[in-house]
Design a protein around this ligand. Structure first.
Ligand SMILES: [Fe+2]
Ligand SMILES: [Fe+2]
Length: 138
């Protein structure tokens, strides 16, 4: 997979890496939406995030992953922001969406690096007794 400027670190857990690629596709669609015409892309991002975050919560709960509460709180803060913007009319939301995109671009890679990577390590250790390996082509 070619690197893109916003590509997050692969974690080596296929279901999480697939969810992260989908998040980035949804975020890219929102980024490329015309000002004031963001609603469909924002709804798609919110739907993706609900499924993505629920799947991670389920993964953490089913494996007894530590620090799950803190992780889930971060997800829910993002959901709250997405729903607050969706509740605005399109004209009111346009400048907020621009700030939301910047905030998500800042938040998501750090979240993956710090919290999601810990989940991937934990789950892989539970399943296979070791940490995930990520092989990269030069
Ligand atoms: Fe994630
Ligand atoms: Fe997460």
């Amino acid at each position: 997979m070619p690197d893109t400027p916003n590509a997050v670190t692969p974690l080596g857990l296929p279901e999480m890496d697939a969810a992260h690629a989908e998040f980035e596709a949804c975020a890219a669609a929102l980024r490329s939406a015309a000002p004031g015409a963001h609603r469909g892309a924002l709804q798609a991002l919110a739907a993706h995030c609900r499924a993505h975050f629920d799947a991670e919560r389920q993964l953490m709960e089913s494996t007894g992953c530590p620090a799950a509460d803190c992780h889930v709180d971060e997800h829910e803060a993002v959901m709250k922001s997405l729903h607050e913007v969706l509740a605005m009319d399109d004209a009111e939301a346009a400048p907020v969406v621009a700030r939301l995109i910047v905030a998500l671009d800042d938040w998501f890679p750090a979240h993956v690096d710090h919290l999601d990577s810990a989940v991937a390590h934990w789950v892989t250790k539970q399943r296979h007794g070791g940490v995930p390996l990520v092989l990269r082509r030069p």
